[in-house]
Design a protein around this ligand. Structure first.
Ligand code: 6GU
Length: 253
């Protein structure tokens, strides 16, 4: 997969080359290019923003600068992109007013050969940039949660990490992703608690069933704790979860 990020703070994205993602890049599973938006400014002050039409606080990012940046970045696919250079990327614009980014969206993005992220700052990017890009490529405005960040950079790191770990070969043990919270094998529930040695730590013991060797009982216990945790923390997830009679009996307790 090829990922391009356009931002006024390229150094902010340095963590993308660390740890798991850095390894994925070293192994050629992922290619990441970060571009400084100011490289496409038109004036000596390298201005990227201006005051909003209609008044109000804050500044809006200028369409000319973003237009030139996206024309350039979206026209030059890297090695990870499809050979057919006429195929545009999927453009992702992080914004608190976007559609929610979920595990299902991460799974969708993991199927794409090429993603371009446009990081806005201030009060956002002139809407015509998004409307114009949407005439040539799929564009998603996405939010990572109901809170407001200063800019899209941290959201891009969140999204890229969620997507990259789904790419074939990135995780050491591919079974890990299968059992994640929100995954199909957990039918949309939260994952329950985990334990390792020692058997007793600070007078707290590991649940007996996990040391019983009874695999059916262990599976039932994992399912029960996932159900209980989901009920306590995220009850709305149960509305869409696939539950059988045994599951319902746990929740009725
Ligand atoms: Cl994607 N961007 C910004 N700037 N703030 C956010 C967000 C994104 N998601 C939640 N808050």
């Amino acid at each position: 997969m090829r990922i391009d990020v356009v931002t006024i703070f390229p150094d902010y994205l340095a963590p993308l080359r660390e740890a798991l993602l850095g390894k994925a890049i070293d192994r050629g599973l992922l290619e990441v290019a970060v571009h400084d938006l100011r490289g496409w400014t038109h004036d000596v002050h390298k201005a990227v923003d201006d005051s909003p039409y209609g008044g109000g606080p804050g500044m809006v990012m200028k369409p000319q600068v973003w237009g030139d940046a996206l024309d350039a970045v979206c026209a030059s696919p890297g090695a990870g992109a499809p050979q057919d250079t006429d195929t545009p990327p999927r453009l992702v614009v992080p914004t608190p007013s976007g559609r929610p980014f979920t595990q299902a969206v991460a799974e969708e993005y993991a199927e794409e050969p090429w993603l371009v992220f446009a990081c806005g700052r201030y009060e956002g990017i002139d809407q015509r940039v998004i409307d114009d890009a949407a005439r040539r490529m799929p564009v998603d405005e996405v939010s990572i949660g109901d809170y407001v960040l200063v800019g899209g950079e941290v959201a891009v790191m969140v999204i890229v990490e969620a997507v990259a770990r789904l790419l074939p070969g990135v995780l050491g043990n591919p079974a890990s992703a299968k059992q994640d919270s929100f995954s199909a094998s957990l039918s949309g529930l939260l994952e329950g608690p985990s334990y390792t040695r020692p058997e007793v730590w600070r007078d707290l013991a590991v649940p007996d069933v996990l040391r019983s060797g009874n695999h059916a009982a262990i599976e039932r216990w994992r399912r029960d704790t996932a159900l209980e945790r989901t009920f306590a923390r995220r009850p709305e997830l149960l509305d869409d979860a696939e539950l059988d009679a045994a599951d319902r009996a746990v929740l009725d307790r």
